[in-house]
Write a protein that binds this ligand. Structure first.
Ligand code: HPA
Length: 278
């Protein structure tokens, strides 16, 4: 754990030297959602393979780039943003330290806010592929222990959906006329998708959506005092909820269909949260 923190601190120094500005908000983007980074102005791009200690990503649709920049809109510009395009999933290396690397790097760079997005299977009967769901709370079905900072041990769980961010996201969705659902995200290890019986179980314990990411980053950052929020793009009906046999292609296809709406929601939210006159 100490080694992982040192690795993230080294990487942060490298990134800070290259990017030349201190990010205020970090965004970790999931399968097929990396396009948001293309909308940044004054962008500086780093390949994650050039960043010391950065774990390799092996999943198609996860580009492996860090993009720093700002959003511009109507004479205003956002605070400085750092986008992680591509993440490592637990099933890739079996190391939670790899999964947490982007969040640790963002913390070491001093961000105050972290957004995490993912593609997820819809469990709730009220969710359909293409829906966006604000993550109200999470269930950790991996039973992996997320290593939170020492002073956050044995304290109650932080609010992973920060009230201020929740308000900014829901108001932006309303302004942009983007329907936004809200629900509980279940984190599973993968890499294969669930059985129909497992999905029934997740519904019984209160899950609305299921996926293989996001929860450790949100927990670590929230326990570290950073404001956090997560949004799931519902890419498919979870097994047994409708649709045929699931595939990663279906997940990325739905993500690319909804990407423009997702980008609009993130842009509007970030401008309303952090913008100042350009
Ligand atoms: N299950 C688990 N992870 C996922 C799913 C799913 O149905 N869809 C996208 N990621």
């Amino acid at each position: 754990m100490r080694d992982s923190l040192e690795a993230a601190a080294n990487a942060a120094k490298f990134v800070a030297d290259r990017l030349g500005r201190k990010p205020e908000v970090a965004l970790i983007l999931g399968s097929g959602l990396g396009e948001f980074a293309e909308t940044l102005s004054d962008a500086n791009v780093l390949n994650t393979k050039d960043v010391p200690h950065y774990p390799p990503s092996t999943v198609p649709g996860h580009a492996g780039r860090l993009v720093a920049g700002v959003l511009r809109g109507n004479d205003r510009q956002s605070g400085s943003l750092l986008v992680f395009q591509g993440r490592t999933h637990f099933y890739e290396s079996g190391r939670l330290d790899d999964v947490l690397f982007p969040a640790r790097l963002a913390l070491a760079l001093g961000v105050t806010t972290l957004f995490v997005t993912n593609a997820a299977g819809g469990i709730s009967r009220s969710l359909r592929p293409g829906d966006l769901m604000l993550i109200r709370d999470t269930i950790n079905l991996t039973f992996l222990r997320v290593p939170v900072p020492p002073d956050a041990r044995r304290t109650g769980p932080p609010d992973i959906c920060h009230p201020h961010l929740r308000q900014a996201i829901t108001e932006s969705a309303a302004r942009e006329k983007i329907p936004l659902k809200e629900g509980v995200y279940c984190w599973v290890k993968g890499p294969s998708y669930e059985t129909a019986a497992e999905i029934d179980m997740l519904a019984t314990i209160g899950g609305d959506a299921v996926g293989m990411s996001t929860v450790p980053e949100l927990l670590l950052a929230a326990h570290s005092g950073v404001r956090t929020a997560g949004i799931s793009l519902i890419s498919n009906f979870a097994t047994g909820r409708g649709g045929g046999i699931l595939s990663h292609e279906e997940v990325t296809q739905t993500a690319s269909r909804v990407t423009a709406t997702f980008v609009r929601l993130l842009t509007s939210t970030l401008l309303s949260l952090t913008s100042r006159p350009a």
